[in-house]
Design a protein around this ligand. Structure first.
Ligand code: BEZ
Length: 221
């Protein structure tokens, strides 16, 4: 992701959105945030993604994460497309439970390195890739994912990574493959055995490996 690395302060951009003009940091307040971009309004994969984002929006709210989408069309187009998105969900509501940024001049898409070089609209204008940025309450980038326009994302996975990000921001642990909340977590390698024993009262178990090195350490929080 050119120009924006994990730990960087996320740009405090101004944008027009379906809820009016925003300054990004003010929009976030002290919450976590997730910004996800879409190639274009009125396109099929994007419609399924946004509809899913609406269905799971309460799960993001529960986690204290403010959602905001982006597409390279106008606020007017976004309002009109929103009706399709809600209709796809079988709802007659006219608006989504989160705003969509209007990036019709593609200024933000360029600034955040989001354009997909392989995808253009019928006028030859570049489209945005499917980027995901998760921003912490400190306004720093905690996670980025970049999918091409032709591959839709999985919002259950986004909730899962947010659970991991929020847990590992608080405790000196890491989450293993396919981890889900409530499952055992791993003790980070930089902790000594004594430090781990002091930090994790439920105990630390170590899985034996052929090297004999004791780095596969689990604990139940
Ligand atoms: C879509 O959302 O369906 C889409 C958008 C741009 C390129 C390919 C698919």
């Amino acid at each position: 992701m050119p120009g924006l690395l994990l730990g960087d302060e996320f740009p405090n951009f101004d944008a027009d959105t379906t809820i009016g003009p925003i300054k990004f940091h003010d929009f976030l307040g002290s919450s976590w945030g997730i910004l996800f971009s879409h190639p274009k309004d009125f396109t099929p994969v994007c419609t399924t993604e946004l509809a899913c984002a609406c269905r799971v929006s309460e799960e993001f709210t529960k986690r204290g994460v403010k959602m905001i989408a982006l597409s390279v069309d106008s606020v007017e187009d976004h309002h009109s497309w929103s009706k399709d998105v809600m209709g796809f969900n079988g709802s007659s509501a006219g608006s989504l439970p989160f705003p969509i940024i209007a990036d019709d001049k593609r200024l933000l898409s360029v600034q955040l390195g989001m354009l997909d070089p392989d995808e253009r609209d019928k006028d030859g204008m570049p489209l945005t890739a499917r980027c995901v940025f998760v921003i912490g309450p400190d306004k720093r980038l905690k996670l980025s994912i970049l999918y091409p326009a032709t591959t839709g994302r999985n919002f259950d996975e986004l909730l899962r990574v947010i659970d991991s990000l929020q847990l590992t921001a608080q405790k000196k642990v890491a989450t293993p493959v396919d981890w889900k909340p409530g499952e055992k977590v791993m003790v980070i390698p930089s902790l000594s055995e004594a430090e781990a024993a002091a930090l994790f009262p439920n105990g630390v178990t170590t899985t034996e490996v052929p090297s004999g090195k004791k780095y596969l350490r689990y604990t139940q929080l």
